[in-house]
Design a protein around this ligand. Structure first.
Ligand SMILES: *[C@@H]1O[C@H](CO)[C@@H](O)[C@H](O)[C@H]1NC(C)=O
Ligand SMILES: *[C@@H]1O[C@H](CO)[C@@H](O)[C@H](O)[C@H]1NC(C)=O
Ligand SMILES: *[C@@H]1O[C@H](CO)[C@@H](O)[C@H](O)[C@H]1NC(C)=O
Length: 288
């Protein structure tokens, strides 16, 4: 069947971007129908101010947590000051071309010891671990206010370029989303982000992105940074990642077996978030 595709193009003119400008085109479908282009809206958060879902800071105090290592002795445990989840490496002869997962939008509760608002983001991405200069990612951020009220929003970002909130993508805490990111070349990509429960699917075609290394695939819950520093990390119901998989340019499928299972440590060294592996494609991220 031939469908009429309304496309929406947006060019970000970034005075501080060197080289070619990142450009993207978006189309969306809801309940099987094409979404009108006037209903597709993004808010750009410029690089210097954006909620930075950037490369991880790895905490040097990890050795004090040998107890976690023992419990999950079949996993490769590592620690970070902002990431919690799985980070899978691939050799340079097998560049990663695709990363996929279903996951739930974080459903938050306030931590009593920290001020509100509090946050958690969940996303899927390529690079950012070994290749720290760039990271292509898409996911959802949830905020909980002092009265316990929450709101969630979907976004995508090709770090260090601007982040884009997808204003019209309906999402509530606990919803199942899927993110499918394909790096068609190191500087071009296709992102399909869907709210599986609400029947919404957006396809983004991006060109002139910052050059990817395509070395790592990640499935992460993050205590990210905004312009003022690292945000207060909320407590949350378990965030499940399912059918987590990466594919290399040669068609090799990689799951999370052998991935670094990244635990999030707060500045005091306490582990506040742990990924628990279930099998090669399923893990759950728990806050504590
Ligand atoms: C992800 O997108 C790619 C490119 O469009 C497609 O080939 C692949 O089948 C998709 N993966 C899943 C799990 O839907
Ligand atoms: C841990 O990581 C190393 C290096 O990436 C890998 O060789 C090894 O197989 C991994 N271990 C497990 C248990 O997955
Ligand atoms: C972690 O290491 C830093 C730098 O050495 C130190 O200042 C901090 O107190 C350490 N935290 C813990 C919990 O050991």
């Amino acid at each position: 069947m031939r469908s009429l595709i309304h496309s929406f193009a947006m060019v970000s003119v970034l005075a501080w971007s060197v080289g070619a400008e990142l450009t993207f085109v978006a189309t969306a479908r809801q309940g099987g129908r094409e979404v009108d282009r006037s209903d597709i809206k993004f808010s750009a958060i410029p690089p210097r101010q954006h909620r930075r879902h950037g490369p991880p800071y790895t905490n040097v105090n990890a050795t004090s947590h040998a107890d976690v290592n023992t419990r999950r002795d079949r996993d490769n445990v590592s620690y970070s000051g902002n990431w919690c989840g799985a980070s899978q490496h691939s050799s340079t002869s097998e560049p990663i071309s695709n990363v996929f997962a279903y996951f739930t939008a974080p459903d938050l509760t306030l931590r009593t010891e920290t001020p509100a608002p509090q946050f958690a983001a969940a996303w899927v991405g390529i690079d950012g671990a070994n290749c720290r200069k760039t990271l292509l990612q898409a996911g959802v951020t949830t905020i909980v206010n002092s009265n316990g009220g929450q709101s969630a929003s979907a976004w995508w970002e090709w770090y260090p370029e601007a982040a884009y909130t997808i204003n019209n993508l309906p999402v509530k805490p606990g919803d199942w989303l899927s993110v499918n990111i394909t790096a068609t070349t190191p500087t071009t990509a296709k992102i399909v982000i869907s709210n599986v429960q609400r029947g919404y699917m957006m396809v983004l075609t991006i060109t002139n992105g910052p050059k990817l290394c395509r070395e790592d695939a990640e499935w992460i819950v993050e205590d990210f940074y905004d312009a003022k520093g690292q945000v207060a990390f909320a407590s949350f119901s378990d965030v499940w990642f399912q059918e987590a998989q990466a594919t290399t340019v040669n068609g090799k499928k990689i799951g999370i077996d052998g991935a670094a299972m990244v635990h999030l440590q707060d500045p005091d060294g306490d582990v506040v978030c742990t990924p628990w592996k279930y099998d090669n494609s399923i893990f759950v991220v728990s806050s504590h």
